[in-house]
Design a protein around this ligand. Structure first.
Ligand code: SAM
Length: 273
């Protein structure tokens, strides 16, 4: 199945929405969800940091690793990963605005770290790299946007070395029948469509030749992420974009409700080629 949204629409969306994301999500430019402490209230960005650390640990990324960050956005996580693990990290993204931001961040790094990160504008469905180049492919909150999911899985498989690890998170669709609220506030808002449930996603990965080492259904953390985000949207009615922020607050609350109704889910997958 190919989604009804095009890559051009996704590129235009992220080029135009970068300022809003930096204001509401993370001023450093990251746009992904967080893994929250089960027992206490926690800041959204601390939870996002836990997602990074969990994926780096489960992917066993270290200084010998050569990592492709698929859909790197503004490059903040790729730079964090290179600094934290000692790995070399290449980020690609469809959005020219975001790749330019990532390159600007890279230029401000000291030479040791700067030499281990690189960014370029490219589509995840047509990667400008030879077969088997990377020991790891890493991706956060990206693949749900990609219209042709099987194409992206085959590109990831192609650029990974034998024995290489694909560590990523993505949204899935637990059921076909969803409410108009989920359609509007989750699927249409995120330019998102998918045939994959949590189970069929794993089958598609296996069909592509991956061993699925671990698959975690972390949907409850998606719910907590959106409830936190609904509190982070500016509430000042005198702001220029006040109406849009109000709409976003509703959208984030509705997204959390859609998780409760099993209309959208979030998974972390660790796979080996
Ligand atoms: C929710 S953001 C996540 C960005 C980054 N991974 C992070 O955690 O901050 C989704 C990103 O995926 C990128 N993207 C969407 N479709 C893509 C594609 N086909 N190829 C490359 N990047 C894509 C968008 O431009 C956007 O930067």
């Amino acid at each position: 199945m190919v989604s009804r949204f095009s890559e051009q629409e996704t590129e235009a969306y992220y080029d135009s929405q970068d300022d809003t994301y930096q204001l509401v999500w993370d001023e450093d430019g990251s746009v992904h969800w967080g893994l929250f402490d089960e027992d206490r209230d926690e800041d959204f960005l601390d939870a996002c940091d836990r997602l990074n650390r969990t994926m780096a640990e489960k992917g066993r990324i270290d200084r010998r690793s050569t990592v492709l960050d698929l859909g790197c956005g503004n490059g903040a996580t790729a730079i964090w990963l290179a600094g934290e693990s000692g790995a070399s990290v290449t980020g690609i993204d469809l959005s020219g605005v975001r790749v330019a931001n990532a390159q600007e961040k890279r230029a401000a790094l000291g030479p040791g770290l700067r030499d281990r990160v690189a960014f370029e504008k490219a589509s995840a469905t047509d990667l400008p790299f030879p077969d088997g180049l990377f020991t790891h492919v890493w991706s956060q909150a990206v693949i749900y946007h990609v219209p042709d999911k099987r194409k992206i899985l085959s590109e990831v498989h192609r650029v990974l070395a034998n024995g290489g690890v694909f560590v990523f998170d993505d949204l899935f669709r637990p059921k076909r029948d969803i409410t108009p609220e989920a359609q509007t506030y989750v699927y249409d808002r995120l330019l998102f469509d998918t045939e994959f449930t949590f189970e069929s996603y794993q089958r598609a990965l296996k069909d592509q030749g991956f061993d699925v080492l671990e698959a975690l259904d972390v949907s409850q953390h998606l719910k907590r992420s959106y409830l936190s985000l609904s509190e982070r949207t500016p509430k000042d009615r005198s702001l220029d974009n006040a109406e849009h922020y109000e709409w976003l607050t509703t959208a984030y609350i509705e997204t959390a409700a859609s998780v409760d109704r099993d209309e959208v889910g979030w998974g972390i997958f660790i796979c080996r080629k």
